[in-house]
Design a binder for this molecule. Structure first.
Ligand code: KG4
Ligand code: ZN
Length: 383
């Protein structure tokens, strides 16, 4: 079956076309039009500007996806779209476009929770399988790979129950899945999401938006023997809630600790050794807390698979440190992470999640009428 996915919940206008054959997926098109350059001038995403850009880009992006996949509208079997949570002005552009196409093309329509999409990014075949190891270095824009087949369907390897650590710009959650499409949230952030903490910390350090990638790069520039200031060469930040017995998180205090540190040492902001030391310690504090809680939850819930999902799952230290902990402490569990190009927002993940929703839907015919009733919600719940 051929699935067309649409994602516009934040600052990426994305459309993907996915082919499913006997449970195996091929990505036929993956188009992402990013608005980062526009929003970085404002230090974060401005909802109405995002909506204006989505409106401008949505039809060209869909058109480009069909062209890349070499398909016409009548070859599409299912339309899936993110209908929450996210920025309402942004979400509405994707949802209204999907409803219009469903009505015009007479195709079934399914709304997908954005975080469900991130979780199902783990079921997308690996890029290295799709493009071949030798070709990978020649592909400069991983966001536009087309017509590539997986040698082995990644979904086959994934065993339930799954424990998934969701880390994005809007969410930080530990989710236990006994089976497909069943979610038990066993812990979540009590204040800032972890991606939000990266973004706010980068702003405090004058590093721009989005904060995750830049903090991660600066952190790699740190070495233990660098010195800065007269008396200060070691920075220690707190690991909030690392010892609490529950599986919840808190990141706003960590960001505030960086704010106080910078206020006390304002002159050092121009010293690149100071900035890289703060980035390194901040990232380590985040990883220590996330991993300690995930491992503790894993020991309680005994999952067969531990997964990472959401934009922050692109973070190299998090990917490596969690992988090492799973290997050391839970050698019988599998560790699955999304391909880097599918960690941040994209529409392939929405199409994959849509496929699993479609498979489990009892009233498939009713999906043809979904264009009349699909609702958009900024605070959509995962269930
Ligand atoms: O999932 P996503 O693309 O959008 C939301 O659903 O929110 O996540 C965006 C977040 C941003 O906060 C961004 O700073 C963070 O993911 N991010 C990273 C990295 N790449 C993106 N955080 C840490 N390290 C990265 N390499
Ligand atoms: Zn996201």
């Amino acid at each position: 079956m051929i699935i067309l996915g649409i994602e516009t919940s934040c600052d990426e206008t994305a459309c993907a076309i996915l082919e499913e054959k006997n449970g195996s997926f091929s990505v036929l098109a993956n188009i992402v039009s990013s608005q980062i350059a526009l929003h970085s001038a404002w230090g974060g995403v401005v909802p109405n500007l995002a909506a204006r850009e989505h409106l401008k880009n949505i039809l060209p992006v869909i058109n480009e996806a069909l062209k890349k996949a070499k398909l016409s509208s009548n070859e599409i079997d299912l339309i899936t779209v993110t209908n929450g949570p996210g920025l309402i002005p942004a979400l509405l552009i994707g949802v209204e476009t999907a409803k219009t196409l469903s009505y015009l093309w007479q195709k079934p329509l399914i709304g997908i929770h954005h975080i469900e999409g991130h979780i199902y990014a783990n079921f997308i075949p690996l890029e290295r399988n799709k493009v071949g190891v030798n070709l990978k270095s020649q592909i400069s824009n991983l966001k536009q790979i087309q017509n590539s087949k997986s040698e082995k369907e990644k979904g086959e390897e994934i065993k339930f129950p799954i424990l998934c650590l969701v880390v994005s710009g809007g969410h930080t959650q530990l989710i236990f899945m006994k089976k497909h499409l069943h979610y038990e949230i066993i812990g979540e952030t009590l204040d800032d999401a972890v991606g939000e903490a990266f973004d706010k910390t980068a702003r405090i350090l004058g590093l721009g938006y989005p904060g995750g990638p830049v903090i991660s790069t600066k952190a790699t520039e740190w070495t233990s023997n660098v010195h800065f200031g007269h008396s200060m060469s070691k920075i220690t930040l707190p690991r909030p809630m690392i010892s609490s017995k529950d599986f919840n998180f808190s990141f706003s205090g960590l960001k505030t600790a960086v704010l106080y540190l910078v206020k006390k040492n304002e002159k050092l902001l121009s010293d690149k050794n100071f900035v890289s030391a703060v980035c390194h310690e901040f990232q380590s504090a985040v990883c220590d807390v996330l991993i300690s809680k995930t491992m503790r939850a894993a020991k309680k819930y005994n999952p067969k698979t531990i997964m990472l999902a959401g934009g922050v799952s692109a973070n190299t230290q998090l990917r490596q440190q969690l992988g090492a902990s799973v290997k050391d402490e839970l050698p019988h569990a599998s560790y699955i992470i999304p391909d880097i190009s599918y960690s941040v927002d994209n529409a392939v993940m929405i199409a994959v999640a849509g496929f699993f929703r479609y498979k489990s839907e009892k009233n498939k015919k009713g999906l043809r009428d979904n264009w009349k009733k699909l609702a958009t919600s900024a605070n959509l719940k995962l269930n």
